[in-house]
Design a protein around this ligand. Sequence first.
Ligand SMILES: [Zn+2]
Ligand SMILES: [Zn+2]
Ligand SMILES: [Zn+2]
Length: 251
Amino acid sequence: MKIKFTGTGDGRGIPAVGCQCQRCSLAREKGSKNRRRTVSVIVTNKSDTILFDAPSSIGRVLNEEKIFHLSAIFLSHKHFDHIGGITVFEYWPEKILVYGNMSVLGNFEITDRLYNNCEFHVLHEKKSVKINNIRVKPFSVSHKVPTFGLIFKEDEKRIVHFSDKAGTILDDYEKRLVKISDIVVFHTPGFDGGTDHIDVVSVMDIAKRNPSTRFVITHIGHNNLSHEELVKKLKPYENIIVAYDGLELEV
Ligand SMILES: [Zn+2]
Ligand SMILES: [Zn+2]
Ligand SMILES: [Zn+2]
């Protein structure tokens, strides 16, 4: 199973429109790993392609990745930076399977065409969905609105995606999950003092306690450190990877 980080910025992305801060100016000029689209990942195996979240950048992502078939779309929650590109699927050439909680599925009547092109499936806490060989299990994470993280499991390999989890510590279920997983993804807009999301410093602490798990930080904001600064800061933590647009990992 593979996971590709197709967008690694927070709600604004980097460069953020209208922002003239140093980070955004640099990203505008030089690009490189400091240019981050709004957040999404694509999980694949031999037979299937699963999209997790559909932000405003998703049309470009599908074109650049040359993806013409999706087994399913999963949506974590209704915040616009996770679903703002969903209307591109109005014109998707096949009926698209959409999984999410009631709160996010309530947004699909934006257009009739989109509504008619989707087949909706409500996700329930810890009730797995099988996409052929990949088992996808949703679990609730604390955030401003009802939000699901997802566990992607194939054979004995697990990728856990926490989506916009708030708070700096893990509950007992999450702690166990982190221990038994191969890759764990956290959304860290900021370096420290997170409010609606976990921050990089808290992930450093979790990574130290779980040396045999690989961690990835993504959903990075323009107020966070630059990509190069983050990589330098996290050098002592061999099991934390700083995501960038296009990073692909395999389990
Ligand atoms: Zn978000
Ligand atoms: Zn900025
Ligand atoms: Zn959110």
